[in-house]
Design a protein around this ligand. Structure first.
Ligand code: G3P
Length: 217
């Protein structure tokens, strides 16, 4: 499973990328607004840090507006992926963009049927929002595994991104369910490295080593 970082914070992206474990970045209007900087400027900075796919979201709600924005954004760099909401207008835009070879990430997907439509439209990525689905009593890991089944059965090339990840459990649930990518907020990403038994083990090894060194003197 690939790991994307779900943030527009350049410091966090740099730190996460330094691990060598990050394959891409996803942003959305909320995440860009949090940084308080110009949208294109932020995307330009991100693509300098991460060579993999970087998702940038359109704001228009009609297909023509989305296509216009997508064409502009895709000029920034070949690794920019256009994030488009799952609506009828959105899928018209995705169909058009996929024919032109522009990569898309269909966002705000919560059901198997929405994913099927996105795949048929030619979406490069389909973002399934785990946290928001679970907040409403949904079973996000089941939805992801059903979508994976549909994609594989009909040989669709779209890849599932597990998004709206709130905690480390979502990450392994996404992996088990067959998501191709998990896009993870920086805080959750750093938590993935930790386990109390790991820290306890390191402390014990160091203590034992120090004791042994003292004995040698
Ligand atoms: O980027 C989309 C998604 O990951 C947003 O997550 O936490 O706002 O539901 P959240």
């Amino acid at each position: 499973m690939q790991i994307f970082i779900d943030t527009a914070n350049l410091e966090h992206i740099k730190k996460a990328a330094e691990t060598g474990l990050v394959d891409g970045v996803t942003t959305n209007p909320t995440l860009i607004a949090k940084e308080g900087k110009d949208f294109e400027e932020v995307i330009n900075e991100i693509i300098k840090i991460v060579p993999g796919p970087v998702s940038a979201e359109v704001i228009s709600l009609n297909a023509e507006g989305m296509i216009k924005e997508a064409e502009e954004l895709s000029k920034i760099a070949p690794n920019v992926v256009i994030k488009i909401p799952m609506t009828m207008e959105g899928m018209r835009a995705v169909k058009h963009l996929s024919k032109k070879g522009i990569k898309t990430n269909v966002t705000l997907v919560f059901s198997e049927n929405q994913a099927l439509l996105a795949a048929k439209a030619g979406a490069t990525y389909i973002s399934v929002f785990m946290g928001r689905l679970d907040d409403r009593g949904g079973a996000s890991e089941k939805v992801i595994s059903n979508i994976r089944n549909i994609l594989d059965t009909y040989n669709f090339s779209s890849k599932i991104i597990a998004a709206s990840i709130r905690h480390p459990r979502h990450v392994f649930e996404a992996a088990i369910a067959g998501a191709h990518v998990a896009t993870i907020p920086y805080g959750v990403f750093t938590n993935l490295f930790d386990h109390p038994l790991t820290s306890e083990g390191i402390d014990k090894f160091l203590k034992d080593w120090e004791g042994f060194q003292k004995k040698l003197k």
